[in-house]
Design a protein around this ligand. Structure first.
Ligand code: ARG
Length: 410
């Protein structure tokens, strides 16, 4: 039985029903929460008795706990909840539409997904920070264009990962802020005559309230950028773990073997994080494409908003947790890094800068050093200074500052 059965005589064709049904079971607890909020306002307006409100709240708490009540014969989670509420369910839809209801429930879902992402990002960032602390003095070649460029420390590089993750937290905070407004009271698009008390942070425009999915796009964008970061981090780990580089050894608890080649230990976690980035970007562009042509206010196309967000939430949590395990188990081959960093050519810029300090114009200094490199006569300057400092006060200060930022913000 649908919520709109009074409008039509027969049932829908099975094929049509199956096509239209929402795959939205994950929304169940959030819709219960939004429905309880709505019930409270119905009671405040005298449209539900105190006993009815108690009953609704108690039933909703049970329904939220037990997803098995949601049946294939329900059109969507909203219809299921109304049916499961029994008699009092026949009163609950006064002053609302599934259009403001689904937006309200989905916003609560996205709020939770943002909080979950931020927690998992923090956990990874703290592991990277500890790694940076133990490798603060580990010298290695820094790369541009994947060619050896200048000496750095591994700690300096790892702190760059921390910065990427810190910006990711900011993006999820912004998505949560966008999701925190309430569309309730908008009804189908033009409110209702029932004059219910407004929810906190009610959206200004009822048409926008039911049409807007920016909060979901913001979430998917935050996740797409996070995944591009995880992908770049993953790519570095893949390169470092090759026999050619040999900078790190993978922990056996976070690497995989080969079904055929007995010697292999593969960086699948890092690779799949890289692979999932493509999927995360696809989900963002998919929803952008869904929304772009829609006339205001609600259109059924918007039912497509949920699957990409559900899947992204799962991937985000799993990828961050697995990478946290991988990074915490990486074993650095410091001797190998030191050997790579002893390449005298890493100090060619220092040599040019030493000439600049003696008054030589930089371009002349660059040409002079380049000529010695070409001729194979380049010598590392005796006072070849390391530049391992990620900030003016050196790596220790940068580590302290980053730890402070993360621990305080937790
Ligand atoms: N299942 C729908 C969705 O996810 C709920 C809203 C349906 N509204 C409607 N007027 N048919 O968007």
């Amino acid at each position: 039985m649908t919520t709109w059965a009074g409008r039509v005589e027969g049932a829908l064709d099975r094929e049509v029903w199956e096509f239209l049904r929402a795959d939205d079971a994950e929304l169940l607890p959030y819709d219960c929460e939004a429905t309880a909020e709505h019930a409270g306002r119905l009671a405040a307006a005298g449209l539900l008795t105190a006993e009815e409100l108690d009953e609704v709240e108690a039933r909703l708490a049970e329904i939220a706990q037990d997803p098995s009540g949601y049946l294939d014969s329900d059109e969507d989670v909203h219809s299921a909840i109304e049916r499961l509420l029994g008699d009092v369910g026949r009163k609950i839809h006064a002053g609302r539409s599934r259009n403001d209801q689904v937006a309200a429930a989905f916003r609560l879902y996205v709020l939770d997904a943002c909080a979950e992402a931020r927690e998992a990002i923090d956990a990874l960032a703290l592991v990277v920070l500890s790694f940076a602390e133990s490798e603060a003095e580990t010298v290695m070649p820094g790369y541009t264009h994947m060619q050896r460029a200048q000496p750095i420390t591994l700690g300096h590089l790892l702190l760059a990962w921390v910065e990427m993750l810190d910006r990711d937290r900011t993006r999820f905070a912004a998505a949560a802020e966008a999701a925190a407004e309430s569309p309730l009271g908008a009804g189908a698009l033009a409110g209702s005559t029932l004059e219910l008390p407004p929810p906190p942070r009610q959206m200004r425009n009822s048409i926008d309230a039911v049409a807007d999915r920016d909060f979901a796009l913001d979430y998917l964008y935050g996740a797409a950028v996070l995944f591009t970061h995880l992908s770049r981090i993953g790519e570095e780990i893949v390169i470092w773990a090759t026999s050619e580089f040999g900078f790190v050894r993978l922990p056996e608890s976070a690497a995989t073997g080969s079904s055929m080649m007995p010697q292999k230990l593969n960086p699948d976690v890092a690779e799949l994080a890289r692979g999932k980035a493509g999927t995360a970007i696809g989900r963002l562009t998919g929803l952008l494409a869904t929304v772009k042509g829609l006339p205001l206010a609600y259109d059924r196309d918007l039912q497509e908003d949920k699957a990409p967000v559900f899947a992204t939430r799962r991937d985000t949590r799993l990828a961050l947790e697995a990478l946290t395990m991988l990074v915490s188990g990486l074993e650095v081959d410091r001797a190998r890094l030191a050997k790579a960093a002893s390449d005298p050519l890493l100090f060619a810029t220092d040599a040019a800068e030493a000439l600049v300090k003696q008054g030589v114009p930089f371009r002349d200094a660059h040409e002079e050093v380049a000529a010695s490199v070409r001729e194979g006569t380049f010598k590392r300057p005796r006072k070849g200074s390391l530049r391992p400092a990620p900030g003016p006060d050196g790596i220790r200060a940068a580590l302290d500052e980053a730890r402070h930022r993360f621990v305080d913000n937790l």
